[in-house]
Design a protein around this ligand. Structure first.
Ligand code: BT5
Length: 269
């Protein structure tokens, strides 16, 4: 990635500080460290390649050179935003979804809690982390990894869930810098509407597996089977269990996948 071209392309967005790396361990680590050393709101870390990129629960996130986007955006939350930290991951999902739909005509879906899918394959992963001082969040890092070119997609044996790239869906080349610009612009537009009715509506209506049967494994080993009903105002997933009762599952350490053998879309009743 050409750093000068990157800076020029983002110039209109008024990003106050930008650090670019050809290769880095994890952009989230750079951003988390930067928060302790004065990173302003909307400071941005971009890397062409990550050597120790990570997902949730210590899982790896692979970012190969010249084919992907790996970024971390610093948020210094306002006191209102500090009450809604769980919504920053869907903020990134909703923003990327909007860009894919509106700029590229790609039908993407948001997989609760933190992925963006195209054709039911993972095209992007989101990892939000924070630096705390006692009970106060000093800063958040929104980490986003996106497969742009097919060569960004790891081999199937390194994946827990099928993956794809934007170019595969677009059927042609996609300019990484344009995509990054549009993603950040979309995120900046959505941010003041975090937690609004419009935000939840947009998130929920583009939710993957809505009204379908899924199996969810929580990090604690608990397994839920049921039909996805939607999202509650705290960002929890609402699931209708076979017993007819509704459970709400908090984001965090969960794995969600289609229920085995269920290709059916559940009906509303
Ligand atoms: C995520 O975790 O999906 C969050 C990924 C966040 C990555 C960004 S890149 C910029 C920033 N810096 C970082 O170090 N991280 C963030 P999770 O839901 O736990 O998914 C991890 C799983 O995704 C892995 O176990 C693999 O199965 C799969 N995976 C790894 N690399 C992938 C890729 N490039 N494309 C699709 N799937 C991938």
């Amino acid at each position: 990635m050409d750093e000068t071209a990157l800076r020029n392309r983002l110039a209109g967005l008024h990003i106050p500080a930008l650090r670019y790396y050809d290769t880095v361990g994890s952009t989230n680590d750079v951003a988390l460290d930067w928060i302790l050393n004065g990173a302003p709101d909307l400071a941005l870390v971009v890397a062409d390649q990550q050597e120790t990129g990570r997902g949730r629960l210590g899982r790896p996130w692979l970012t190969r050179p010249n084919s992907a986007l790996a970024i971390s955006l610093v948020i210094r939350p306002t006191s209102a935003e500090a009450q809604q930290l769980a919504l920053f991951s869907p903020l990134a999902g909703v923003s990327l979804h909007q860009v894919l739909t509106e700029k590229y005509g790609i039908q993407a879906e948001i997989k609760w809690p933190n992925d963006v899918l195209i054709n039911r394959q993972k095209v992007a992963g989101i990892l939000v982390e924070a630096q705390w001082e006692g009970q106060t969040p000093l800063g958040l890092v929104i980490g986003i990894g996106i497969n742009i070119a097919p060569s960004a997609v790891p081999p199937a044996d390194q994946l827990l869930f099928p993956a794809t790239s934007i170019e595969t869906a677009a059927g042609g080349p996609v300019d990484r810098l344009d995509l990054l610009h549009d993603l950040l612009a979309s995120l900046l537009e959505w941010r003041p509407r975090l937690g609004s009715e419009e935000f939840f509506k947009t998130w929920e209506s583009n939710l993957a597996f809505l009204k379908e049967a899924v199996r969810i494994e929580s990090g604690g080993g608990q397994v839920y089977n049921g039909i996805v009903l939607g999202i509650d105002p705290d960002g929890n997933l609402r699931l209708l269990e076979p017993t007819g009762s509704e459970v709400r599952i908090a984001a965090g350490d969960v794995r969600l996948r289609p229920a085995e053998g269920s290709s059916t879309t559940a009906t509303e009743s």
